[in-house]
Each structure stands twice: as structure tokens, then as C-alpha cells.
Design a protein around this ligand. Sequence first.
Ligand SMILES: NC(=O)c1ccc[n+]([C@@H]2O[C@H](COP(=O)([O-])OP(=O)(O)OC[C@H]3O[C@@H](n4cnc5c(N)ncnc54)[C@H](O)[C@@H]3O)[C@@H](O)[C@H]2O)c1
Length: 376
Amino acid sequence: MTSPAPVRIGIIGGGLMGREAASALARWFALVDFPVKAELVAVCDLQPGLLDWFRQVPTVKTLVTSHRELLARDDIDVVYAAVPHHLHEEIYLDVLRAGKDLFAEKPFGIDLAAARRIRDEAKKLGRFVRVSSEFPFLPGVQRAWSLAASGSLGRILEVRCAFLHSSDLDPTKPINWKRQSKFCGEIGVMGDLGLHVAHVPLRLGWKPTSVYAQLQKIYTTRPDGKGGTAACDTWDNASLHCSAPIAGHATPLTLEMKRLAPTETNTWIFEVLGTDRGVRYSTKEPKTFWSFRRDKEQWWEKTDLGFGTPFKTITGGIFEPGFPDILQQMWAAYLAERAGALGDKFGCATPDEAVAHHEIWAAALASHSGQKVVSL
Ligand SMILES: NC(=O)c1ccc[n+]([C@@H]2O[C@H](COP(=O)([O-])OP(=O)(O)OC[C@H]3O[C@@H](n4cnc5c(N)ncnc54)[C@H](O)[C@@H]3O)[C@@H](O)[C@H]2O)c1
């Protein structure tokens, strides 16, 4: 039996996330009985020094500084684009119009209007497009998601979802594009961290119908890395107090995205409290799943989950998964769904879901500027 030809992947933007994608694809053989083969074949970045790093990946044959040159090639099936947000619309549309499928990075366009244009073009051209969001592929999140979806929690009292960083507490940290609205977008930290926060509640159908947002700009200047200072004009912290109908009841849903949250290094939190049961998961305790139950007494019980990832790998069941593992799982979900082989597993964020996120962020901006509750 001949094995199927690999899906040939190109990357546009070989920075932090472009290299993570290369690493996930480079150890594809870790997946067991996975129906799709994948190979990174081409990379585009403006920085020649970064392209040099990709020379150590044996399957990469094409290294270019123009994304159009990469897209003109006919030996690429799927493009992963991981570039600053102001370039999303132009580059994503170019990918789609070049006849390639797209694995997009969040926030999927710099604002709501851009996200809608990308979604609509993908639909018109019939291209397969999904958006990166890796946290749902952690075993603890899978468990929390299925318990929350099971209907066994009773009446839902409240939901809290958060994604928290802390390195910006250091005022001497130099500026980068993610701290400047013209590159990151007016939505600031919501564009940067928000899809991670709202993806699971939206997938559960818990779509906010109203939002009251508190947005904070904390340090307004930062070192520019060249001896001077530069304006840091993005929203740093965002707390969104939403109401979402869950089983017919208006339910408090809090979405928190913060760059200045003391001690938190990439802490992703999902907590749902119901009258009968509850779930709590945080990457602060990456293998620990907490669940609440009630009989004569009330209990928070915790269990350590092993390597129970959605797609089986060679890694032993007692080991603990980390960021590179869930990134590979997310890629597996993308390629399985593209091949029609996802089954009932969790799929990556869809263009419609990305647009729904942008609708929340646009309402949050209106809420903050008008100091009012905004309906969605
Ligand atoms: N899923 C996640 O967990 C996660 C984490 C971080 C960032 N991101 C997202 O990934 C995307 C990229 O972020 P990053 O942290 O990798 O940024 P980065 O700054 O590390 O990398 C961006 C790269 O794009 C390159 N680039 C810029 N303009 C280009 C162009 N015209 N053509 C080709 N390359 C170009 C830059 O040289 C740089 O190497 C953003 O959308 C960001 O929100 C996702």
C-alpha cells in the first residue's frame, strides 16, 4: 500500500509562532495512526536571519522574503500565516486568491470589518480556513469542555474565562508591534489574547448578548530598544462583564485579557460553576482538573490528567503535555478536519467564530468609550 502524499505547507511569518509551527510539523511522526502526512516545504519572512534558522529543516526547499513569491509556487497546499495584525487582511486574502487553504492566526484581521471581509472571501472561494487557538487541545480543557457541554452541571451560576500575562509589568521591557495600535489594532490586548479566552464559551454556544467593558492603558510609553522611548498606546488589560443566555437563563460571563497580571505567565483559566457540578482548569496547574460536586456535603475534587490528548501520540500516558504538544494537536485537528477525518473531535476555530469574537471586541470598545452596557 502506498502512503498518501504529504500535505505541503508554507509559512508566511517565521517569527515566534512560525518557528513553533515548524517545530510541531518536524515531529509529525510522534502522532500515531494519524491519517494525514504533513511537510513544511516553504517559508517567507522579511528577515534573512530568521530564514537562516529554517535552513535546518530538511524538508524546506523554498526560503523567500516576498509572500507573493511563495504564493506563486504550485508545490504548496496550505499556508500558515503568522504576521502582525495590520497585515492579516492583505496576506490572508492573497493566500486565498492564490488558491491555497489557510491556517490563520488570531485575531483574524485587525478589526471586525477586516475579519468579515476575510471570512466572506474564503466562503466565496470555497477555501478551507481555520484560526489558531491551541488551549482547547489540553487534556484538562477537553475534560472541562465535555463536562460543561454535558448538561450535568445543573443551572449555570457563572462562567469565568481568562488569559493572563505579566511580563509587561516591567516598565523597562522594550516596545514591540503588539503594543502599538497601528500594528496590533484598536482592540489591543483583546486582539492579542481574546480568541484564546472566548473560544471555548463560544463553542459551547454561550454567546454574549451584552457587554460592559473596563479597558486599561497602564504604561503609556516604553523603551524603543534604540535608546529612546516610544508611545505604547494599546489597551493593556481588559475585563469584559458579559451576559450570555445559557439554557434560557441570562448568565454572568466574565472574559479577562491582561498583559499586566502579577506573576501570571501565559495563565489560561476556564471556570464554570453550576448548581450541581462545576469545573475549574488553569494552566497554572497544567495537569490538574478540578471538579465541584454536591451531595450532603460540597466538594472540590482534583485529579491529575496525563497525556490524554485528542490525537494519540507515542508519548506515555502518564507524562504531562506542554505548549509544543498542544500546538501539534491543533495542527492535527486542522489537517484532520481539512481531510474530512476529524470525526467528533474538537476542531480549530472557524472563520465565523473569529468574526463572533471581533463582534464582542467591537462592542467592548463602544462600551468603554460610552461607559455603558452595549447589546450584541
Ligand atoms: N496562537 C498563539 O498562541 C499565538 C501566540 C503569539 C502570537 N500569535 C499570533 O501570531 C501572529 C504572529 O505573532 P508572532 O508572535 O509570531 O510575531 P513575531 O513578531 O514574532 O513574528 C512575525 C513575523 O512576521 C514577519 N513579517 C512581518 N511582515 C511580513 C511580511 N510582509 N511578509 C513576511 N513576513 C513578515 C516578521 O519579520 C516576523 O518575523 C499574530 O497574529 C499573533 O497574534 C499567536
